[in-house]
Design a protein around this ligand. Structure first.
Ligand code: FVH
Length: 289
């Protein structure tokens, strides 16, 4: 028999997680603050617990997928005595500090703790592109790795419980930078009679895809140092050209707010003597704050 699993929280993500456990044959118990949410799970054979304590008692593997850190604390505290000898997997978005605090609290309840960062949207859960980052108890990860694979590809990033959140937030930072840049690009292109869909498919996506290669170059520079003469696009040149982005945005009636922080960072890098270096210099400036 597959390991019984409990899911606390039936929002969009918790529902997808419960559905994936059921699809993989895990006896699945759920609890949600608002009862009877996601009725479609009933036909799939889910067991609904009336209380958090009953839900935790039903399974050795307990997955929490609530809104935020405060809702996790409020939900688990009254049922703390049920946690002993179980593995608590916290997939709620949070900070490394919150993860470490919840890990300490969970260990005090004689339970094992894994923190997780879901790198997927609900529709991707159970599919090949989804992955979930885990940190915390390596023993618990090894014990439940096959069970957790029902949700998404499990990737262990270290025994410090804060590491999954750190990786998660770093990946989301990259994602929001891309979305912010794409939002500005689309605002700029929409200031003239240009088709946003054609622009995106034919130009923006291929351009961003090509530029992803440059990110690996930045990482190599950070880890191994710059290759001599490698700065083919030095920062002084980039800072000089960047003014055109903001000036043209104003002229087209587009708010340049997404671009200002990058412009300021490039200007600072040049002012501090890094004009002949590449973008790794901007990472070093950010990391010094
Ligand atoms: N959905 C997504 O695209 C992202 C993908 C990456 C990971 N995130 C994180 O997953 C957590 C849950 O997100 P969600 O999408 O399931 O969120 P909602 O659909 O808004 O559901 C929220 C659930 O939390 C329950 N809840 C809220 N506050 C409390 C509380 N004080 N006590 C107990 N439960 C609470 C809520 O219950 P109800 O409103 O139905 O009664 C839902 O079950 C989240 O950390 C994302 O950042 C998702």
């Amino acid at each position: 028999m597959k390991t019984p699993a409990t899911v606390l929280g039936l929002g969009a993500m918790g529902t997808a997680l419960a559905r994936a456990f059921l699809a993989a044959g895990h006896p699945t118990t759920v609890w949600n603050r608002t009862p009877d949410r996601s009725p479609e799970l009933d036909d799939l054979g889910v067991t609904r617990a009336k209380t958090v304590a009953d839900a935790i008692a039903a399974s050795p593997l307990v997955v929490v997928c609530l809104l935020d850190d405060a809702s996790v604390r409020d939900t688990l505290a009254p049922a703390a005595s049920e946690l002993g000898s179980r593995t608590l997997v916290n997939l709620v978005n949070g900070t490394p500090e919150q993860a470490r605090r919840t890990a300490d609290w969970t260990t005090q309840q004689d339970a094992e703790y894994l923190d997780g960062g879901i790198m997927a949207v609900p529709v991707m859960i159970g599919g090949p592109a989804a992955f979930i980052l885990y940190s915390g108890s390596e023993t618990a990860f090894e014990r439940h790795q096959a069970d957790l694979a029902a949700l998404a590809r499990p990737t262990f990033v270290g025994s410090d419980p804060g590491l999954a959140a750190l990786h998660d937030l770093a990946l989301l930072s990259g994602m929001y930078g891309m979305f912010g840049g794409a939002a500005h690009a689309l605002a700029l292109i929409s200031s003239e009679k240009v088709s946003p869909t054609a622009f995106t498919a034919e130009l923006l996506v291929p351009w961003l895809t090509a530029m992803l290669g440059a990110v690996s170059g930045i990482a190599n520079d950070l880890e191994y140092g710059a290759e001599p003469g490698a700065a083919g696009s030095n920062l002084a040149m980039q800072a000089a050209a960047f003014g055109n982005l903001t000036e043209a945005s104003h002229a087209q009636g587009v708010d340049p707010r997404m671009l200002i922080p990058m412009r300021d960072l490039l200007d600072r890098a040049v002012a501090e003597g890094h004009g002949d270096e590449d973008l790794a210099a901007t990472v070093r400036l950010l990391a010094k704050d």
